[in-house]
Design a protein around this ligand. Structure first.
Ligand SMILES: Nc1nc2c(ncn2[C@@H]2O[C@H](COP(=O)(O)OP(=O)(O)OP(=O)(O)O)[C@@H](O)[C@H]2O)c(=O)[nH]1
Ligand SMILES: [Mg+2]
Length: 383
């Protein structure tokens, strides 16, 4: 049986927060295997207790859902279990939120055993918050905390216990796998190689650059999807005559990552925290690249990689009709490099910058250089 999807995408602006562009939600939906059909933006300063967007708007959208033959509705933010259930009942189609969309993509992409276990854990945690919220909702309906009983509540309690047991077992397995990963990492560290990690917002072109630098030997999966890469891929790469490095391709960053996935995400980025140099890949053609860069810096600090020297790689310069170029600060130190990873142009400049940086570490002035390679957030202009 083939499932044909027609999603309605909804972003809600409020006084506190303007919803982001719906393009990212569109890309997330596509990556989760859905097919966006229509977009709606609405404004609501405080969530309506029953329908989030208000009953009037919900009724209006019910007509749209029918006339457009919508098969599911996707919100660009997290919804409470109550909102989700009420809207689902009214619209008679599944109602998903951003968290579930990202969980779905992670579940589809996770390749390693550890990645799969982490996604499973995040899903169960999400599920358990739904149950707890439903539980409190029922208690309120029945007139107060402490009143127990009833088949519905017993079922929820049983489900909750089952989920808790599964969560505990998964955590134990994950602790074991993390230890094994640490042992492998230590073995690599003993080899003493210069370590470079590619970091950046999802879909910026990290894997494409990885393949351009690493050559065609078992290439990284690059695709026009969000979170094409989930598990870190590491290869020994030749940089210049007599000089190799260990290069890692990593999971892409995204704003508002679901809570339960933050741990999983940080674990996959452990490799990054050990790098000698970060190449921060940006999608030069994206209108949102400054916001995306801020998200990347925030996470780098969270995982303890905030102090690692970085070079900005402004990718996709073919889309801006720009030629590859190196931008230096007034002291002649590299700040950013414009490249097109897809067209393989500017790759040599990246190689040279990495070699220059690695060599600088071997000299006494290395320390000075190391602190100066940090890019400044102030200038992401492309001209
Ligand atoms: N026009 C253009 N497209 C590019 C360039 N580099 C990458 N792309 C495209 O951008 C999309 C994403 O590339 P990836 O290399 O998978 O991006 P990524 O950063 O690894 O993405 P995630 O793994 O999802 O975080 C793909 O469709 C690439 O073909 C470039 O220089 N120019
Ligand atoms: Mg990738």
């Amino acid at each position: 049986m083939t499932f044909s999807s027609r999603s309605l995408l909804i972003a809600v602006d409020s006084q506190k927060r303007a919803a982001a562009d719906l393009d990212e939600l569109n890309a997330l939906a596509l990556s989760a295997g859905l097919e966006p059909a229509t977009r709606v933006r609405c404004r609501r300063d405080r969530p309506d207790p029953a329908f989030f967007i208000g009953s009037g708007k919900a009724d209006e959208l019910a007509k749209l859902i029918e006339s457009e033959a919508i098969t599911e509705v996707v919100f660009d933010q997290a919804l409470s279990a109550v909102h989700q259930r009420n809207l689902n009942r009214l619209w008679q189609v599944p109602v998903l939120d951003r968290t579930e969309l990202i969980l779905e993509i992670f579940a589809r992409r996770a390749q390693s055993q550890e990645g799969q276990a982490q996604v499973e854990l995040a899903r169960l945690q999400h599920q358990s918050t739904r149950l707890v919220r439903m539980w409190t909702h029922l208690e309120r309906q029945r007139g107060g905390i402490g009143v127990r009983g009833g088949p519905g509540e017993r079922q929820i309690e049983l489900d909750r216990r089952m989920i808790e047991t599964k969560i505990r077992r998964l955590r134990e397995r994950l602790t074991l796998m993390a230890k094994q990963r640490q042992t492998r990492r230590k073995a690599r560290q003993r080899q003493g190689a210069f370590k470079i990690s590619l970091v950046g917002y999802t879909n910026a072109g990290k894997s494409t650059l990885f393949n351009a630098l690493a050559g065609s030997n078992s290439p990284a999966y690059a695709a026009d999807q969000l979170f094409a890469t989930l598990d870190t891929l590491t290869r020994r790469v030749h940089l210049a005559h007599g000089m190799d490095c260990v290069l890692s391709d990593t999971v892409g960053f995204v704003r508002d990552l679901p809570h339960g996935l933050v741990d999983a995400f940080h674990a996959t980025l452990e490799e990054t925290a050990q790098a000698d140099l970060l190449l921060h890949v940006l999608d030069g053609s994206s209108q949102e690249r400054e916001l995306q860069a801020q998200e990347v810096f925030k996470v780098l600090h969270e995982i303890g990689a905030g102090d690692i020297p970085r070079i900005d790689i402004l990718n996709k310069c073919d889309l801006l009709n720009l030629s590859p170029s190196v931008h230096k600060d007034p002291y002649g130190r590299i700040q950013k490099i414009h490249i097109s990873a897809q067209e393989r142009s500017g790759i040599e400049l990246v190689r040279q910058a990495a070699v220059q940086y690695a060599q600088s570490q071997m000299h006494p002035e290395a320390l000075e250089y190391q602190t100066s390679v940090h890019c400044s957030l102030t200038d992401f202009s492309t001209n």
